[in-house]
Design a protein around this ligand. Structure first.
Ligand SMILES: Nc1ncnc2c1ncn2[C@@H]1O[C@H](COP(=O)(O)OP(=O)(O)OP(=O)(O)O)[C@@H](O)[C@H]1O
Length: 282
């Protein structure tokens, strides 16, 4: 199959159900090569399920998913070699050092033996963990654990980095640190980044394009500033003053999702998810 030039991820009609729950509902989504794409939405929107289909961790019962032109259903191993994945769940072993954790991933991802030590050192340096590399992960802060997980995903030099809620449960300084490291690596390597988040402010600041997901589908797609301007224009057409501040990305989402947002799907900063992750990395 010929890869689609410029498309890192392409989902067409992707549908995934759990019993009676349609988690992902005929999702069409394209992530361009080299961009940072944010998949946004409240709890239960279907973000993690979509991500797990893209990473081949879940099957694609209906529709199609391609990663750099390769069909995940036909060529799962080739797809896995192209991507690095930081899941919501803890993937670092607390009883090993940071360096040992990253070395484990280097082995699993078949990094050549003679390159391994250097590549592990580079991945740790990229996330600013060189000084702490030989400490047990059990002594790391939540932000350091998240950065270590980033190093684990980077050691295989993926073309596509997928992060599921990389900053949830972290304080604002640690959140900024994680994003700065993601951006630095992206700038250095040109890799594509697909990230899910509840934090609209982060998406606004760090993502080139965002897709707002609700009830299993993308409801709005574009650059953060364009989506915000679009709502501003609609509000002015409905009589809002031209001096009103530009709406936020959260305003855009509320405009799209309407009143069902808080009742059925949880809010953006739903405590359950925050608590789950805070317990994990704290
Ligand atoms: N393993 C599972 N079994 C049954 N239902 C599931 C399973 N995983 C997800 N779901 C349901 O599918 C829907 C989408 O869940 P998903 O985790 O994909 O959403 P999300 O947008 O990632 O939410 P969150 O922000 O909480 O991670 C929800 O209604 C959820 O309860």
């Amino acid at each position: 199959m010929t890869p689609d030039a410029g498309e890192a991820v392409s989902c067409t009609g992707l549908t995934h159900t759990f019993g009676d729950t349609t988690a992902v509902d005929r999702l069409d989504l394209t992530v361009h090569e080299g961009e940072v794409f944010g998949l946004l939405g409240p709890n239960g929107a279907g973000k993690t399920t979509a991500i797990r289909c893209i990473t081949t961790l879940l099957p694609v019962p209906a529709g199609m998913v391609r990663v750099f032109g390769r069909d995940t259903a036909e060529d799962a191993m080739a797809v896995r070699r192209l991507l690095g994945y930081v899941p919501q769940q803890l993937s670092a072993d607390q009883s090993l050092t940071g360096r040992e954790n990253v070395a484990l991933f280097a082995r699993v991802f078949d990094v050549a033996r003679k390159e391994r030590a250097e590549r592990v050192g580079q991945a740790l340096a990229a996330v600013d963990l060189t000084a702490a590399a030989d400490r047990l992960v059990g002594t790391y802060s939540g932000g350091m654990v998240r950065r270590l997980e980033l190093a684990q995903a980077l050691v295989s030099a993926p073309r596509l980095l997928i992060l599921d809620e990389p900053t949830i449960g972290l304080d604002p300084i640690a959140r900024t640190g994680v994003w700065e490291h993601i951006n630095a690596v992206r700038a250095a390597t040109g890799m594509t980044v697909l990230v899910t988040t509840h934090y609209m402010d982060e998406a606004d600041q760090y993502c080139d394009r965002v897709g707002l997901m609700h009830h299993g589908r993308i409801r709005a797609l574009g650059t953060p500033v364009r989506l915000r301007q679009g709502l501003g224009e609609r509000r002015r057409a409905a009589g809002a003053a031209a001096t009103d501040p530009l709406p936020t990305l959260e305003d855009v989402f509320r405009d799209i999702a309407g009143s069902g947002l808080d009742d059925e799907s949880g809010d953006f900063r739903d405590v359950r998810s925050t608590r789950r992750t805070a317990g994990r990395v704290g």
